[in-house]
Design a protein around this ligand. Structure first.
Ligand SMILES: Nc1ncnc2c1ncn2[C@@H]1O[C@H](COP(=O)(O)OP(=O)(O)O)[C@@H](O)[C@H]1O
Ligand SMILES: [Mg+2]
Length: 224
């Protein structure tokens, strides 16, 4: 369902070249819960951004549902991201001027969903993440854990089969982080979503069906 083929990414910083990812091959099946671990700077975020088509590989390709994304136009990629991939970030990245409801609704608007359908879907998602009474709150009126729940609901807005999360518990205390891990595990099981989580959090690694360990831009160990 999602496949990395000889995936490499090199960043050019003036004279120096940083080989962030070196010919990574990996395929991830539908419905899998995968953790990407490894030391800081090992290429975890780069790999996630390439999987999510928010960055382009230097060489190699990412294949999603049999489609080679390196051969797609920008327009086709935007559409693919909107419908197939939901992204959750460490720092939430909610729009501060919009309410929780409006943040979750935004990707639905981009996808051209009708108003009535959007209203039902946002309510359903607010309830799924345990925030039914927080729809009118703005991000600064919510706790960190609540903001991350909104971000997860937003990632689910257009019902994508793949959820990618980069250090989703990195900003949260242990107990709040643990609730977020429960939520992601539940989403994986209940809705059969493929979930790929970058994390240092041992609890996430423990819950994952598979661990991809990166070091220096290469997979050193894929457990399970
Ligand atoms: N936009 C960028 N420009 C230059 N170098 C980058 C950029 N993004 C990441 N890097 C470098 O690529 C390597 C891998 O980074 P990253 O994927 O963010 O690692 P991780 O998420 O595992 O900490 C690091 O050496 C980092 O400094
Ligand atoms: Mg990172």
């Amino acid at each position: 369902m999602i496949e990395a083929i000889k995936l490499s990414k090199t960043y050019n910083l003036g004279e120096t070249r940083v080989h962030a990812l070196k010919e990574v091959n990996r395929s991830i099946a539908r419905g899998e819960f995968v953790a990407i671990t490894g030391p800081s700077g090992s290429g975890k975020s780069t790999l996630l951004h390439l999987f999510g088509c928010i960055e382009q590989p230097t060489t190699g390709s990412v294949v999603i549902d049999g489609q080679d994304t390196s051969k797609m136009s920008q327009r086709a990629l935007t559409k693919l991201r909107l419908h197939k991939i939901g992204f959750v970030f460490q720092h939430f990245y909610l729009l501060p001027t919009l309410t929780a409801y409006e943040n979750i609704e935004l990707p639905m608007k981009e996808a051209g969903m009708r108003r009535n359908e959007r209203r039902d879907r946002v309510s359903e998602l607010l309830s799924a993440v345990g925030l039914i009474d927080r729809g009118r709150h703005r991000p600064n009126q919510l706790s960190g854990g609540e903001q991350q729940r909104v971000a997860i609901a937003r990632a689910l807005a257009n019902d994508p089969p793949i959820i990618l999360a980069d250090e989703p518990t990195g900003e949260l205390d242990t107990s709040t982080g643990s609730d977020i891990v429960d939520l992601l595990t539940g989403i994986n099981q209940k809705y059969d979503k493929t979930i790929i989580v970058v994390s240092h959090d041992p609890e996430i690694a423990r819950r994952a069906e598979r661990i991809i360990e990166l070091r220096d831009g290469k997979i050193v160990n894929a457990l399970y």
